[in-house]
Structures are given as structure tokens and as C-alpha cells.
Design a protein around this ligand. Structure first.
Ligand SMILES: Nc1ncnc2c1ncn2[C@@H]1O[C@H](COP(=O)(O)OP(=O)(O)O)[C@@H](O)[C@H]1O
Ligand SMILES: Cc1cn([C@H]2C[C@H](O)[C@@H](COP(=O)(O)O)O2)c(=O)[nH]c1=O
Ligand SMILES: [Zn+2]
Length: 194
């Protein structure tokens, strides 16, 4: 479990911002961990704003929802720059499905952290082919803290770092969950990848 350096550190008293990335495969608990950190910031009475790309409307238009149905209210945005405009004077910014933003998200979150905000991002580090999912590598490079979480392989029960797509589609962006994707360990992913 990630231990926050200090929940209030980036609050009103000490405006030192920081970037945190939570990454891993599908079903690895990224959204749960994001919600956990954001709820703790709220308990510390920090002002929290949460965003997700408008493209991700799988479960709910205005909520970030985990696979086990934890949820937190969020603002869907079209572009990374919208986050700068809408985060105002909050202390903590949460961003889910951050892999769906383009490279401009790197400059946006850097500006937010330099303003003294704690920015917590969750996103897929690899796509269905096992390739890095841009802009995640860049975000991981500039972040102070990177947490990689793991799912359980649906074939062998080992730890899973890969997301196997069960259909033949080669489109990079293809929203979906259990019916289209399965978490897999390295061995089972490369055995079954199409
Ligand atoms: N293969 C799996 N491995 C682990 N958890 C799974 C798996 N399939 C479903 N789950 C459920 O998904 C939850 C994590 O969901 P979520 O936080 O939304 O993950 P992510 O955001 O990484 O896709 C787990 O707590 C568990 O209930
Ligand atoms: C591997 C992979 C996934 N996607 C999509 C599928 C889901 O809608 C999201 C990931 O959601 P999660 O919260 O991490 O479970 O991304 C995609 O578009 N392309 C891919 O290669
Ligand atoms: Zn396996």
C-alpha cells in the first residue's frame, strides 16, 4: 500500500506540489487506489477536484467508478488543458484513465504541481499489445511517486501486469471490461495474444 508522504503537505500550509502515478493493467486496482487517496485527502479537509477524459463513459458520465463499484464524483473533460482551467484553487487533483489524454497532459500536470497542487493520476501503462501506452511513460518519468499495482491472471492465478484483448480488433482505443479484456501474467499473455 502507498503511504502518503504527508496527506496535508500540499495543502494550504505548505504549497509544495507533487505528482503521483498509479499504473498497472486492467483490473489491477488503479481506480480503487485513486479513490482511496482522494477520500483520505477529503478527510484531511483538503479541496479535491477529480477529472476523467470524456471518452471514458463506460460506467457513468460524471463518476469515476472502479470494477468493484466504488465511485467518486468527477468532471469529464475533452482536453488536458480543461483540467488547468477547472481545477481553480483546489489542493488535490485526481485524474483517472490518464492514458487517454495526449502528450499535453504532461505540461498540464507539471503546471498544477508547480502551483503547489498534489496531482494523483491513474492509468494503464501498457496497451493490449503489451506496448507502453503513451503518455504514461512520460508521466512516470516526471512524477515524484510511481506505484505499480497488479491484477490476478485469469488463466493461472499469478500476478498479472498485462491486459489481454479477447477480440481481434487492432484499434488502440477500445473501451470495455470483462467481456473484452482479461488480466494476464507475462507467460499467459504471450501464449494467448492474437
Ligand atoms: N483479474 C482480476 N484481478 C484482480 N481484481 C479483479 C480482477 N477482475 C476483477 N477484479 C476486481 O476489480 C477490482 C479493481 O478494480 P479497479 O480499481 O477499477 O481496477 P483498474 O482501475 O486497475 O481497472 C478488484 O478489487 C476486484 O474486485
Ligand atoms: C488494454 C487496453 C484497454 N483499453 C480500454 C479498456 C478500458 O475501457 C480502459 C481501461 O480501463 P481500466 O480502468 O484500466 O480497467 O481502456 C483500450 O482502449 N486499449 C487498450 O489497449
Ligand atoms: Zn498466468
Amino acid at each position: 500500500m502507498f503511504i502518503e508522504p504527508s496527506v496535508r503537505r500540499s495543502g494550504a500550509h505548505d504549497r509544495k506540489g507533487q505528482l503521483e502515478v498509479i499504473c498497472g493493467s486492467m483490473f489491477s486496482g488503479k481506480t480503487e487506489e485513486l479513490i482511496r487517496r482522494l477520500n483520505r485527502a477529503k478527510i484531511a479537509r483538503l479541496k479535491v477536484e477529480i477529472f476523467k477524459p470524456k471518452i471514458d463513459t463506460r460506467y457513468h458520465e460524471e463518476e469515476v467508478v472502479s470494477h468493484n463499484e466504488n465511485s467518486i464524483r468527477s468532471t469529464p473533460v475533452d482536453f488536458a488543458e480543461d483540467i488547468l482551467l477547472l481545477s481553480g484553487n483546489c489542493d488535490v487533483v485526481g485524474i483517472d484513465e490518464v492514458q487517454f489524454f495526449d502528450d499535453r497532459i504532461v505540461s498540464v500536470v507539471t503546471q498544477l504541481a508547480n502551483q503547489g497542487k498534489r496531482v494523483i493520476m491513474a492509468g494503464l501503462d501498457m496497451d493490449f499489445e503489451g506496448q507502453p501506452f503513451e503518455p504514461m511513460p512520460k508521466l512516470m518519468a516526471v512524477a515524484e511517486y510511481v506505484s505499480k499495482v497488479h491484477a490476478i491472471c485469469m488463466k493461472c492465478g499469478d500476478l498479472a501486469a498485462f491486459s489481454l484483448r479477447l477480440s481481434d480488433s487492432k484499434q488502440k482505443v477500445m473501451l470495455g471490461e470483462h467481456s473484452i479484456y482479461e488480466a494476464r501474467c507475462r507467460k499467459c499473455f504471450f501464449e494467448d495474444k492474437r
